[in-house]
Write a new protein. Structure first.
Length: 343
C-alpha cells in the first residue's frame, strides 16, 4: 500500500482522510481527530497532502511540509466539481484527492506565519471599520428621528455631534442624550483601535523591504502594500503579471460560446478586500497620474480623451497597479515613474 496523494477534509474536531495510489485507486479511507491526523501524516512516507484552503489549512500545511510532504491547497470552489454523488466528509476527501491529481488545477501558495499575522490584522481592522460605519449610521438615524440632521461626511458629523452634546439643547430627552453620549464614547474607542492598527501597518511597511518597494508605486500605500504581501508573498504563485490581475477579479468576465466572444463587467473574483484597496488607491492617484508626462500618464490621458467612463478608467488603473506590483515583487526593484509600463 503506497499512498501517492492524501486528500484531507478538515473539520473542527474530526477530519476525513482518503489516500490514493499512483493509479488513482483508494487505498485508505479513515476518519480521525486533528492530533491523530498530525501523528498519522508524520509517520507516512513523503507524499502529496491535499487540502482545501480553509481555516487551519496553512497551519497544518506547514506542519506536514516539515515532515517532507508536498502540500497542495486548493480553493473550495475548484474542488466541488470532483465530489461525486452524495455529499459527506468522506466524499469530500475523495474529491480533494482527485482534484489535486489534475495537472490543470490551480493551487494556493502556503502562507507563512508572518503573512497570516498581517492578514489577521487587516481583517480585524476591516471588521472595526464596519462596526464604526454601522454605529455612525445608527447615530444618524436616532438623531434624524428627533429632527437633528448633520451634513454628509464622517468628520462633519463628528464635529457637529460633539458640539451638540456640549451645548445641551433640548431636542432630545435626558435618556436619549445619555445613550447618544455612550454611543459617541464607543465610536471614540473604535477610532482608537483603528488608529493603533494603522500605526502597526506603518511600522510593518517601514521594516519590510518588499513593502517599501511596493509603496514606491503611485496609489499603493502602507495598507495596500501590507495586504499584498499578506495575500501573495513574493508573487511566485503567479507566472505572469496578468494572472495577478485576473486573480483579483480586475479583468472582464467572459461569456463566450460558439466562437462569439462577449465581455462583461469585471469578474470580481478573488480577494475582495485587496481589490477594494487597489481600486481606492487608483481613484486617489488618477488625477495626478493623468496629468503627468509619463507612459502611465499618457495611457490614462488617452483613455479619458476617448470618453471612457471614469469608473472604467479607475478599474483599468487598478489592474495596471496590480501588474506593476507583481513586477516589483518578482524582480525585487522599485517602480520608476519615467520607465515604460510593459506588464
Amino acid at each position: 500500500m503506497t499512498i501517492v496523494i492524501l486528500g484531507v477534509d478538515l473539520g473542527k474536531n474530526s477530519c476525513s482522510v482518503v489516500g490514493v495510489d499512483a493509479a488513482g485507486a483508494v487505498v485508505v479511507r479513515r476518519s480521525m481527530r486533528r492530533q491523530t491526523l498530525i501523528d498519522y501524516v508524520s509517520k507516512l512516507p513523503a507524499c502529496v497532502v491535499a487540502m482545501e484552503a480553509c481555516c487551519g489549512a496553512h497551519y497544518l500545511g506547514r506542519l506536514f511540509a516539515a515532515h517532507g510532504h508536498e502540500i497542495r491547497l486548493m480553493p473550495p470552489e475548484y474542488v466541488r466539481p470532483y465530489v461525486k454523488a452524495q455529499k459527506n466528509d468522506d466524499r469530500d476527501a475523495e474529491g480533494i484527492a482527485e482534484a489535486a491529481s489534475r495537472s490543470t488545477m490551480r493551487f494556493v501558495e502556503l502562507k507563512s506565519q508572518e503573512q497570516l499575522d498581517i492578514q489577521t490584522l487587516h481583517r480585524v481592522r476591516s471588521r472595526l471599520i464596519a462596526e464604526r460605519t454601522g454605529l455612525i449610521n445608527q447615530l444618524r438615524a436616532i438623531l434624524m428621528e428627533r429632527g437633528v440632521i448633520f451634513p454628509l461626511g464622517r468628520r462633519k458629523f463628528e464635529l457637529g455631534l460633539d458640539a451638540m452634546l456640549a451645548d445641551g439643547d433640548g431636542a432630545m430627552s435626558q435618556r436619549m442624550r445619555q445613550l447618544v453620549s455612550e454611543l459617541r464614547g464607543e465610536w471614540l474607542e473604535l477610532d482608537t483601535k483603528i488608529q493603533a492598527l494603522n500605526g502597526e501597518f506603518v511600522d510593518l511597511a517601514h521594516q519590510d523591504a518588499a513593502a517599501r518597494r511596493l509603496t514606491s508605486i503611485p496609489g499603493v500605500g502602507v495598507l495596500n502594500a501590507t495586504a499584498l504581501i499578506a495575500a501573495v508573498g513574493n508573487a511566485s504563485g503567479f507566472a505572469r503579471a496578468r494572472d495577478l490581475g485576473a486573480w483579483l477579479g480586475l479583468v472582464p468576465k467572459q461569456q463566450t460560446t460558439g466562437g462569439k466572444a462577449r465581455l462583461l463587467g469585471i469578474s470580481k473574483r478573488g480577494n475582495t478586500y485587496l481589490r477594494t484597496l487597489l481600486i481606492h488607491g487608483a481613484r486617489a492617484a488618477l488625477p495626478s497620474l493623468s496629468q503627468s508626462d509619463t507612459p502611465l500618464g499618457r495611457w490614462l490621458k488617452a483613455m479619458i480623451e476617448r470618453g471612457v467612463h471614469r469608473n472604467a478608467v479607475v478599474v483599468a488603473l487598478a489592474n495596471k497597479l496590480a501588474r506593476i506590483a507583481w513586477a516589483v515583487l518578482r524582480k525585487e526593484t522599485t517602480y520608476e515613474r519615467s520607465c515604460a509600463v510593459a506588464v
